[in-house]
Design a protein around this ligand. Sequence first.
Ligand code: C5P
Length: 224
Amino acid sequence: MSADKIITIDGPAASGKSSVARLLANHLGWACINTGNMYRAITLGLLKAGVDVHDEAAVVTALPTIPLENVLVDGRNLILLSGQEVENELNSEDVNNSVSHVAKVPQVRTQLVAMQRDLGLAQPSVMEGRDIGTVVFPEASAKFYIDASEEVRARRRGDQGLSDSVRERDRMDSTRKTAPLMAAADAVIIDSSELSLQEVVDKIVALLPSRGVITSGKASSYAA
Ligand code: C5P
């Protein structure tokens, strides 16, 4: 598998990138890989183990003991902690408040980036996160950065019934030393504030041929 079968989607919290990635992957018949859930799962594992996530040395020491696995189910990556599916625990308030502290630790990123590259190269994939176009797949030709105004993003999270410190996470994610949140120099930036998810996906699909992605047109519905 080569990087012309990877589409990278980065952006801040609640920019709509996860939903866009899922719709796009369904449209193409490609896998959808949510890397935020991997950082969330490690964070959950550390919290369950009683590790102080503000203590970087403690995080690094505990890291090898967190039994994280990724499996693809129906084209989506599902994360197992100690063999158990934990998806419904990944958006808890504790995880929201802790994940950016864990994600700034270089050893955490090295481990997850290796996992993400293996997964992405195993099949055509849409991969979303913060550093996919800059660090995980800098060689990809189809890179998108989805943004939205802070107000719109806070409202979207509220509408999902989630309490999330979006602003603080974005501040930490964009100012950390290792792999900060930013658009790759060659990414197409799409502001989704005034667009529906469908419109964002349409824009991306229209740009794919010019970005070297040949799609088979196998699937054509935007089923969620
Ligand atoms: O995408 P989501 O909001 O679920 O990501 C949760 C957190 O995981 C982010 O706030 C960020 O700290 C971290 N993350 C990251 N790099 C990625 C994906 C997520 O640092 N590629």
